[in-house]
Design a protein around this ligand. Sequence first.
Ligand code: FES
Ligand code: FES
Length: 178
Amino acid sequence: MSEHVTATYRVNSEGRTIAHPAHHTLLEVLREACGLTGTKHGCELGECGTCTVLIDGEPQLSCLVLAREVEGAAIDTVEGLEGRDLHPLQKTFADLGAAQCGYCTPGILMAAKALIERKPTPTRADVCEALSGNLCRCTGYIKIIEAVEWAAALCRGESGARPADASLYGVCKEKPHG
Ligand code: FES
Ligand code: FES
């Protein structure tokens, strides 16, 4: 039988005391012990970004983090994005169709949230860089990038106008993953 540990995690501002196998990753603890299945299993090798959560505000790959090493840290998952209303990122992703199968979306939303909080007026290159560790097999990235830029504008209190449309096709040289 594997060794177990009991640890208290601060997830989405809520304390949770959990007994789990000592070798479990943060991804496993979030999904299996906390029931927070918004954070997705992908490659479990640190290559796809779908397991991205924020640890003390920084995007981290939860599949590569041993859970007990982040006891006491502030852990934010996609479930914590929504308050009384949708987060601007959730609104813009929905309105622009920036999620198709949606499997990559939780990780991308968390990486984008960290970017917008760190840099409220990101350039397109900043957006592409921030999402460079998040793979999406469906969208071609353009709508994702537009949605992040639009959400940043909404977070700055600017008007709700959606970005100029498909003018961006073919000109996003900094598009993540190329
Ligand atoms: S599941 Fe963590 S990077 Fe792919
Ligand atoms: S929407 Fe399907 S992988 Fe990104």
